[in-house]
Ligand binder design. Structure first.
Ligand SMILES: Nc1ncnc2c1ncn2[C@@H]1O[C@H](COP(=O)(O)OP(=O)(O)OP(=O)(O)O)[C@@H](O)[C@H]1O
Length: 460
């Protein structure tokens, strides 16, 4: 074990012990304050979570009086439990116990982070491009191309800039192919993830490097590449002081994707013409029929031949998302694992909604796996899909595959890097970390010393 790995293991052990201490203190404070009423306090808290989840389900899946009842439950349950604690004069104990429990959770997560060394991507030697061509969308990210003066900065570094004419729909695939025919030796995009995927596919097809300029609104792809999303002009450093990575490219119905394909209610709703003008109202109007299966496509799917049943919603991603993070920022620890991430979700009633609220990703409503091929069928000839944020209608069956290492990607040598994804909570692992024999067989991927050293250099 190296000195830094030993330091990390020691920190993980300290944090795991602190987490257990906080959890124990949370229990002691509660029992000391509430005595025999402690189980009731915990039960009341859990009941509030369950009732609020049922309320949320009724809001989403029903209309009229049941939706109203759902609203009352979702708001009333947390308020009710607060009033109950206040009435029993248990406020200080409950607050202190919750604060300690929160501290315990935070320490536990930190301990797991220290114990997990994500494998850095392998960096390949490469020479700077001589004739880079960058496609820029002046409308992306609310006008970041102009705001960050990207055209002038890129041209000053010797790049040819192709500015999209957003008054009409331009075929970016043809623009990218033309740029290569004109002699470009690197393609890049300052724009949304959908545009990134189309141009990345052309780059992969011709074996030239691709470059991402984080000028979109969400920039999910740029985030998982570890680029600076606050200042897209920093991405241009890849032209002069860059390194090359090899990453995977997803393919759905023969079309490339860099992040995610979604099927189900979300994909159906965003295709409604009225969605652009009234997002929340359209979602609330459409969700009940979609969730209860009265309208919309009934999906069924198979991952590498394993049936996934008939999920209500299905996400297929280019490499799996960190589960603990899926509903938050949505982060993929790596983009070169050579597999698709698959998440199927099925909630058909209030009980399952409550189970999902209590057990999260461990709930029976969630199914996760990795696969090389996912085939999605529906009860119609076509199905709505969101591909890297673009609303599309695809012919069924829809085949999703992955092309491992298909894309050469050039990123700045000095970039913020990918923050480690929040680990899934596992108290048994915390106990082992705190008191088990120290070892270096952590949950890391098998990072080699040289990889780690290169990544440290890469992330500055
Ligand atoms: N190929 C294209 N030709 C012409 N205009 C385009 C093209 N692609 C996108 N646009 C226009 O640019 C706008 C913004 O594009 P895009 O969706 O790529 O960026 P974004 O919304 O900022 O990114 P994100 O995917 O991160 O949300 C679109 O709403 C559309 O008006």
């Amino acid at each position: 074990m190296t000195t830094s790995a030993r330091g990390s293991a020691a920190s993980a052990r300290r944090l795991a012990r602190l987490a257990l201490l906080c959890a124990l203190a949370a229990l002691v404070v509660l029992i000391a304050g509430a005595g025999l009423r402690s189980p009731l306090v915990v039960l009341a808290g859990l009941a509030a979570v369950v009732l609020a989840a049922i309320g949320v389900w009724w809001i989403l899946a029903h209309r009229g009086p049941i939706r109203l009842l759902g609203f009352l439950l979702a708001v009333g349950a947390p308020i009710g439990v607060i009033v109950l604690y206040a009435g029993g004069d248990l406020w200080p104990e409950v607050l202190a116990s919750m604060a300690l429990w929160g501290g315990g959770l935070a320490s536990a997560r930190q301990a797991l982070r220290h114990d997990t060394r994500p494998r850095p991507p392998r960096i390949r030697p490469s020479t700077p491009p001589q004739r880079p061509a960058l496609i820029m969308n002046p409308k992306s990210g609310g006008g970041k191309v102009e705001k960050f003066d990207l055209v002038a900065k890129a041209e000053a570094l010797g790049a040819r800039v192709i500015l999209l004419d957003t008054s009409t729909h331009q075929d970016v695939t043809t623009l990218a192919r033309q740029a290569l025919a004109d002699g470009a030796d690197l393609l890049g995009v300052a724009g949304g993830d959908g545009t990134q995927a189309l141009v990345a596919a052309v780059a992969a097809e011709h074996g030239v490097p691709f470059m991402v300029i984080a000028a979109g609104t969400r920039n999910h792809f740029a985030m998982d590449l570890g680029l600076d999303r606050a200042d897209p002009s920093r991405s241009l450093d890849a032209l002069t002081d860059g390194v090359e990575l090899r990453i995977d490219l997803g393919e759905v119905a023969g079309r490339p994707f860099v992040n995610l394909v979604s099927f189900g209610p979300y994909a159906e709703i965003v295709q409604k013409p009225e969605y652009r003008d009234a997002k929340a109202a359209t979602a609330l109007a459409e969700l009940p029929d979609l969730l209860l299966g009265y309208t919309g496509a009934r999906l069924s799917a198979e991952a590498d031949g394993t049936p996934l049943g008939d999920p209500q919603a299905l996400l297929v991603s280019n490499n799996p998302y960190a589960m603990a993070d899926l509903l938050a920022a949505g982060r993929r620890p790596r983009l070169d694992g050579g597999v698709l991430g698959v998440v199927g979700l099925k909630v058909t009633g209030a009980a399952q909604a409550a189970d999902l609220a209590l057990r999260g990703e461990r709930s029976d409503s969630v199914r996760t796996m990795t696969a090389h091929e996912v085939v999605v069928t529906a009860d119609g000839d076509t199905v709505a899909a969101g591909v890297d944020g673009e609303a599309l209608t695809l012919d069924t069956p829809v085949r999703c595959t992955i092309r491992p290492g298909a894309l050469r990607i050039r990123v700045p040598r000095n970039r913020p890097g990918v923050p480690p994804a929040p680990p899934t909570m596992d108290w048994r692992r915390i106990r082992r970390l705190a008191f088990g024999p120290g070892d270096d067989s952590s949950q890391s991927d098998t990072a080699t010393e040289s990889d780690t050293a290169t990544q440290r250099g890469a992330t500055g």
